[in-house]
Design a protein around this ligand. Sequence first.
Ligand SMILES: Nc1ncnc2c1ncn2[C@@H]1O[C@H](COP(=O)(O)OP(=O)(O)OP(=O)(O)O)[C@@H](O)[C@H]1O
Ligand SMILES: [Mg+2]
Length: 317
Amino acid sequence: MLSFIQSPTTPFKPLFNFKTLKPTKPHFSKPIQSVLQWNRKPQLAGETPRVVVITSGKGGVGKTTTTANVGLSLARFGFSVVAIDADVGLRNLDLLLGLENRVNYTVVEVLNGDCRLDQALVRDKRWSNFELLCISKPRSKLPLGFGGKALVWLVEALKSREEGSPDFIIIDCPAGIDAGFITAITPANEAVLVTTPDITSLRDADRVTGLLECDGIRDIKMMVNRVRTDMIKGEDMMSVLDVQEMLGLALLGVIPEDSEVIRSTNRGYPLVLNKPPTLAGLAFEQAAWRLVEQDSMKAVMMEEEPKKRGFFSFFGG
Ligand SMILES: Nc1ncnc2c1ncn2[C@@H]1O[C@H](COP(=O)(O)OP(=O)(O)OP(=O)(O)O)[C@@H](O)[C@H]1O
Ligand SMILES: [Mg+2]
């Protein structure tokens, strides 16, 4: 049976069975609905706003899904969040959030003086402390002269808003390592590197780690997405421990492959809002909690015999 094992330093104790969502310890008897059940707001570590870029190198590994779900989880914890879709030309964060019909202005219009910054910010109706900001219209090209400096200006403008600085600014980075990537990472002081457990994604993630470090971003945590225990057992997929050893990064979260993710993408309704919760939704929520408290996972899931190493050992042990 799979169980969710937290690192001993993890401040909250949602020790639950990953399949049944029932707690593995008797301190809580009902199935887990949300980490918010622990009736505690996570303690925000570090200076605010925390400017976090969600990046990967390889495309299609789950950056936008992570931005939407981690961003909304942070808002549900009570923090003010601005999510910036920096995927110029191929933006889709608005679709995942179901906010596509409400994006009238983008950062490009703000910079051109055609609208104010607050007109370009789209406030989520479900969580009013969550706002979306898109850099440009779909299918448009990166405007000439638009670069990291423009995003730094944007972050400064968000900090000095009348209603106060947001707690988190989350930047959804485009795939690749060209101009769009450089622009997206420029204002960030921390990064979440999303990877899937396959060699192509890992090679790109490794390259991106080096580039982030060159840019002065030392706080890099990784999110391993689309993990399949059946394939790891059959030695057809790398374990998270293997991924950790290859990248040498702190582990923020592990998200299982879950068809609910695709369903929620198509519905424009982020997974973390689903009731009853899904495995992947809870995993995103827990990752958001760790992001707030600057914590990381050590061991995550194990098969029936926790002491046994080898291919039964999923993440460590
Ligand atoms: N854990 C998961 N289980 C199942 N499907 C997933 C999971 N994570 C992401 N996906 C699916 O993978 C696809 C790509 O996800 P997403 O758009 O978040 O990736 P991306 O890294 O932002 O892509 P791009 O590089 O194009 O911006 C989506 O259809 C999404 O629903
Ligand atoms: Mg994306």
